[in-house]
Design a protein around this ligand. Sequence first.
Ligand code: GTR
Length: 419
Amino acid sequence: MKCTLFLIVLMNMVQSLFAQFEPNYDESKVPLFEAPDPLISFKGEQISDSLAWEKKRRPELLRFFEQKVYGEVPETLDAFSFKLLEQSDEAYEGKARRKQIEISLRKNNSVLTFTLLLYLPKGKINAPVFLGYNFHGNHTVTADLQVHIPTAWNKNNEDLGIIGNQATETSRGKRKHRWAIEKLIENGFGLATIFYGEVDPDKNDFSDGLHSLFYEEGQQRPKPNEWGSIAAWAFGLSRAMDYLENDSDVSKVIAFGHSRLGKVALWAGATDQRFAGVISNNSGCGGAALSKRMYGETVGRINRSFPHWFSDSFEQYNEKENTLPVDQHQLLALIAPKPLYVASAVEDRWADPKGEFLAAHYASSVYELYGLDGLLHRQMPAVNEPIQKTVAYHIRHGQHDVTTYDWEQYITWGRTFLE
Ligand code: GTR
């Protein structure tokens, strides 16, 4: 008898251990949960207008995400500056202007620099610009020979010609299919991009990048409630915004990002209200997807695979998503009333398309406080049938990627909500 009981307990333990390693893709195994209401404060007060949202609810949610999810920025910079490294009026066969701007951040006698690549449509006095990080260097997004090759640590990738953690000339243009630059230019939009590794190398090592500038004597990593890499990258986008808002060729700036960099765009949009809109392309767990669904990538899984992305305090929710007092729809709601686009892909189950859609749907109640249209219905739209309101959503065919189809939707939406 004792032996059988022991066996049952042991089997349960093995099963729950196994559950940590086997991602769930079965809708019937999604735990029952209630998405915390964006319009009920932590103390239980009903939030019924935009003023109460801005004064009471928004600050407490922002604080929670800052302290327990992405981590706080420790201090302010001592100084920052911009330097125009190069410009031309003859990019893209004379259809575009190009600028490369060095942004320098100064703290505790150290300097970190990164390069912003900017393309603007010619013949437009000032243009709305999509700003997003790239994964391997500004020169990978275009075949343009004038674009500088970064020297910062880069993840090795033979196909992309990245060897010894350095990008090479071979990498030029290798990711241009992900950036519809000509289409953007033809439609009156600009594109601004930065190699994310220049702001913080994407490795579990806090010795370099933006974090290290802020250390006190002898400190080696951020404190438990302080920023992980996502918050550092979001900080970098805000510094790019400092430049862009003073460039008279630029009208509005829309934060854009794919995958981990989509998480970054969302956090940047939540923490910096100067962004005129935010686009999350397949951002998944820790981005647009609801954590409590535990579908595909989970909090525990992401924290174990990428221990440097979030603040250390987020680890207390590993396999305990049910104890989270918030969920990612409330991150999306922090972007209100600025237009928000969430996009998924059918085969990108790891990012939980349904969880991404539901988060955008649940965030919509906050947009409604401003009289803006969100995603009214709980039903996901059909594949390749975008819903384009102030809160927009589409799910397209195919894999985890950024495609021309995605950009076509962002352009159409941008024309209505961002011009
Ligand atoms: C995956 C990670 C995702 C997503 C993706 C990416 O390995 O689990 O959360 O961020 O990387 O950025 O490509």
